[in-house]
Design a protein around this ligand. Structure first.
Ligand code: NAG
Ligand code: NAG
Ligand code: NAG
Ligand code: NAG
Ligand code: NAG
Length: 644
C-alpha cells in the first residue's frame, strides 16, 4: 500500500481520538436516569436498588454512604493556564424517607472534592459523611458541597431542620436558607419539606466569571425556577483543584431515614442536561415500618404461638373427627333407627373408660353407659371386625334378633360401625332387675314357662345363625386373615381349630344357660348343707335319682310342661357335655327343643362336673370366672348371639 494514501487515514484516526479525549476531559457531561448498571463508586451504606434507585443510606442508624463518579474531572480551564475553576452545572432528583413524619436525619450533599478518599475519615450524622470534628473548616479539605440538611445543628449554625446550604470546606455553610423555591409567576417563596417523602429536584450552578454559586430547588416535574433559592459568591478556584471528583454523600444519625438519588446530570461550561423525569425510578411509597426491639422479640414469639395454637386446634379437630369417624354404607339406610352415632356411644361410656367396663367376653369388651339425651342405661359391646363381607346380613340378623327377643331379656337397641369395629348397643339391665325376674324371692315366678322356653329357643336360633350362616358367610371368607393369625400367634397346629372350639364353647355356655333358666338357679349353687355345688352336677344327680323334674324352678309352682322341661334339661346337660365332640350342634338343639328330633340317650354319670374338671382346656372355668353371676351369663349369651 502506498504511504501517501495511508497518512490521511492515520491523521483522521488521531483527530478522532483527540475529540474523544476532549470530550472526556474538557466538555464533560454526564447523565443518569436511574442508576441501574451505573459505574459509580459506591461506598459505605450506598447501594443501587433493583429498581435503579441510588440508595445512599438504608435506614440503619449512624451510617454514611457515598456515590462517586469514578474518574476525576478537569475543573481548571486550560486556556486560562489552569488558573480558574470552570463554570459547571449539575442537577439531581432526590428523595428523603423517614420512619417518622416530622423528623429525619441527617441529609444529602452534592460535593466536588479533591480526593475520593477524603471521606474515609469523615463522620456520619451531622457531618453528612463529608468531614469530621478535626478537619471541619480547614481550608486544606478542598471540599465544595451543597447540603440538603434535615437536622438543625447549632454547632454549625444551622438555621432550621429543613435547609439548603452552600458549604466550602466546612459544614458551617457559607450561605443557607430554608428549603423552597420562588415561583416563576408570582415570585413568591414556596416552602418545600425535604422529608416529605416526595422526590424533588435541585440545581447547582457555578459561573467562573461572576464566581456566583446558585442553588435552586423545585418540586418534581415543575422545571427549574428562574430565581435561584440560594446564592453565594466564592471563587471556587481556591477550593476545587485541577482534577476533582464529584458525587453524593449522605449520613444517618439517630433517626431511621433513607436517602435516595433518582437521577443526575452534570455539565462543564454549560447548563446541566435536562433529566427525563419520566424515565426515573420511583421512590418507595412507604417507608418500611420500623420494628422496635421489643416487637422483634415479641413478634416471632406471638407468631410462633399463633402458629402453634392454630396447628393444635387443627390437630385436635382432626383427632376429634377421626375419633368419631364411623363406617356407613348405603344399605344401612334400612337400619337407620337402629344405628347409633359413635359420638353418642363414646360420650355415654365416658370414652369407653375402664371404670365402665362390665366384662370382657371372647368377642370384645362390654361397657356400661348412659345415653346423654334419653338418660337410658345401655351396655355397649365392642366387637372387632375387619371383614366387610357379610356385614349387611349380619346387621340385618342382629336387628331381627333384637326385635324378637323377650322384652325382659337383654334387648338389642342398635349398633354402630366403625372401621374394623362393630358396636352393639343393648339395654342395660342391672343385676337387680335380672335377678328379680329369674331368681326373685317372691312365690310367683316373673317368667312363666312359655316365656322361658321362648327365650331359650330364641337364643338357640341366634346361635344357629352365628354358627352356621354367619361362619359360612364371614369366617370362611376370612380364611386368609386367620391363616396369618395362626402363623403369628399359635404354635401348635391342632390349636388351629379355634373357631370350632369357640363354637362348642358357645354350646357349652348355652347348656348352662338352659339349666339356669329352667331351674331358676345360678351356675354355682348352694345345697341344703351350704356346700357349693355346680348346677350341672346337681341336675345330673337328680337325673340319676330319676327325679329330674325336681330341678325345675319351684317358683313355676308346677305350671309347666313336664315333657318340654325334661327335654330342655337333657338338652342343657347334653350341651354342657365335657367332651366337645359329644355336644350337639345348635341346629340339633333347636330340633330337640321343638320335638322334631329325639334327644339321644345319655349316661348321666358321664355328664358330671367331675369329668368336666379334667377338661382344663374347655371353657367352663373361664366361663365361670368371666360370668360369675347368671345375670351376666345371660347377658353374655344373648350378646354372644348378637355379636358375631
Ligand atoms: C445498611 O447498610 C449497612 C452497611 O452496608 C449494613 O450493615 C446494614 O445491614 C444495612 N441495613 C439494612 C437494613 O439493609
Ligand atoms: C478526619 O478526616 C480526615 C480526612 O479523611 C482524616 O485524615 C482524619 O484522620 C480524620 N480525623 C478523625 C479524628 O477521624
Ligand atoms: C488543617 O489541616 C492540616 C493538615 O491536616 C493541618 O496541618 C492544620 O493544622 C489544620 N489546621 C487547623 C486550623 O486545624
Ligand atoms: C444565578 O442567579 C442569578 C439571579 O437569577 C443570575 O443572574 C445568574 O446568572 C445565575 N448564575 C448562574 C451561574 O446560574
Ligand atoms: C444568601 O442567599 C440569598 C438568597 O439567594 C441572597 O439573597 C443573599 O445575598 C446570600 N447571602 C450571601 C452572603 O451571599
Amino acid at each position: 500500500m502506498p504511504k501517501k494514501k495511508l497518512l490521511p487515514f492515520v491523521c483522521f484516526l488521531l483527530v478522532g481520538l483527540n475529540l474523544v479525549a476532549l470530550t472526556a476531559g474538557d466538555d464533560h457531561q454526564l447523565m443518569y436516569s436511574g442508576f441501574a448498571g451505573s459505574n459509580l463508586i459506591l461506598d459505605g451504606a450506598a447501594t443501587v436498588t433493583a429498581s435503579g434507585l441510588l440508595e445512599l443510606t438504608n435506614g440503619t442508624l449512624r451510617l454514611k454512604g457515598h456515590a462517586i463518579y469514578p474518574t476525576p474531572l478537569r475543573f481548571r480551564d486550560a486556556s486560562n493556564g489552569g488558573a480558574t475553576t470552570r463554570s459547571f452545572s449539575t442537577s439531581f432528583v432526590f428523595g428523603i424517607l423517614s420512619a417518622y413524619p416530622d423528623v429525619s436525619a441527617n441529609g444529602i450533599a452534592f460535593f466536588v472534592a479533591a480526593s475520593k478518599d477524603i471521606f474515609s475519615g469523615a463522620m456520619a450524622a451531622q457531618y453528612l459523611g463529608l468531614l469530621n470534628g478535626t478537619n471541619n473548616g480547614n481550608a486544606t479539605n478542598r471540599v465544595f458541597a451543597v447540603e440538603l440538611d434535615t437536622m438543625q445543628n447549632n454547632e454549625f449554625g444551622d438555621i432550621s431542620d429543613n435547609h439548603v446550604g452552600i458549604d466550602i470546606n466546612s459544614l458551617i455553610s457559607a450561605n443557607s436558607t430554608n428549603a423552597g423555591y420562588y415561583g416563576d409567576g408570582d415570585g413568591e417563596f414556596h416552602s418545600l419539606t425535604l422529608i416529605s417523602h416526595e422526590a424533588m429536584q435541585a440545581w447547582v450552578d457555578y459561573n467562573s466569571e461572576t464566581k456566583k454559586i446558585n442553588v435552586t430547588l423545585a418540586p418534581l416535574k415543575m422545571g427549574k425556577p428562574a430565581r435561584p433559592l440560594l446564592s453565594a459568591t466564592h471563587d471556587l478556584s481556591t477550593v476545587i483543584p485541577d482534577m476533582a471528583y464529584i458525587g453524593f454523600s449522605s449520613s444517618t444519625g439517630l433517626v431511621n431515614s433513607r436517602h435516595y438519588v433518582l437521577g443526575w446530570s452534570f455539565a462543564m461550561d454549560g447548563p446541566a442536561p435536562d433529566i427525563d423525569i419520566a424515565k426515573l425510578p420511583k421512590l418507595p411509597r412507604e417507608f418500611p415500618k420500623p420494628r422496635s426491639k421489643v416487637m422483634e422479640i415479641i413478634l416471632p414469639i406471638v407468631t410462633a404461638a399463633v402458629v402453634l395454637f392454630v396447628g393444635t386446634v387443627l390437630v385436635l379437630l382432626r383427632r376429634r373427627q377421626l375419633r368419631y369417624t364411623e363406617l356407613r354404607e348405603d344399605w344401612e339406610v334400612d337400619f337407620g333407627p337402629h344405628r347409633f352415632s359413635y359420638k353418642d356411644l363414646f360420650r355415654a361410656t365416658e370414652g369407653f373408660k375402664n371404670k365402665n367396663l362390665l366384662g370382657v367376653g371372647g368377642f370384645g369388651k362390654v361397657y356400661k353407659g348412659v345415653l346423654s339425651v334419653s338418660k337410658c342405661e345401655i351396655a355397649v359391646k365392642r366387637v372387632s371386625h375387619n371383614s366387610k363381607q357379610g356385614m349387611k346380613e349380619f346387621v340385618a340378623e342382629i336387628v331381627s334378633i333384637g326385635r324378637m327377643q323377650h322384652p325382659n331379656l337383654v334387648q338389642l337397641l342398635g349398633y354402630c360401625r366403625r372401621k374394623g369395629e362393630l358396636l352393639l348397643v343393648y339395654e342395660y339391665m342391672s343385676n337387680g332387675s335380672l335377678d328379680k325376674f329369674l331368681y326373685c324371692q317372691g312365690e310367683k315366678a316373673t317368667l312363666n314357662w312359655i316365656q322361658r322356653l321362648g327365650i331359650i329357643k330364641g337364643i338357640a336360633s341366634g346361635l344357629i345363625y352365628l354358627h352356621e350362616e354367619w361362619e359360612k358367610v364371614v369366617v370362611h371368607r376370612d380364611i386368609k386373615a386367620s391363616n396369618v393369625l395362626l402363623d403369628s400367634r399359635y404354635l401348635a397346629p391342632e390349636l388351629g381349630r379355634t373357631s370350632k372350639a369357640t363354637t362348642s364353647t358357645d354350646i357349652f355356655a348355652f347348656g348352662v344357660f338352659v339349666l339356669e333358666v329352667i331351674c331358676g338357679q345360678k351356675p354355682i349353687m348352694q345345697d341344703s348343707e351350704d356346700n357349693q355345688l355346680m348346677l350341672v352336677d346337681w341336675v345330673v344327680e337328680h337325673w340319676n335319682r330319676t327325679s329330674l323334674t325336681d330341678t325345675v324352678d319351684a317358683k313355676l309352682q308346677g305350671d309347666y310342661n313336664v315333657d318340654e322341661a325334661c327335654i330342655a334339661l337333657k338338652v342343657g346337660l347334653l350341651c354342657s357335655h365335657p367332651f366337645p365332640e359329644a355336644r350337639p350342634s345348635m341346629r340339633q338343639v333347636l330340633q330337640y327343643l321343638n320335638g322334631e328330633l329325639a334327644v339321644p340317650e345319655l349316661v348321666p354319670a358321664h355328664l358330671s362336673f367331675q369329668m368336666l374338671t379334667l377338661m382344663q382346656n374347655e371353657g367352663f372355668d373361664s366361663y365361670i370366672l368371666s360370668y360369675p353371676s347368671s345375670v351376666e351369663s345371660m347377658q353374655s349369651i344373648s350378646s354372644l348371639v348378637k355379636e358375631r
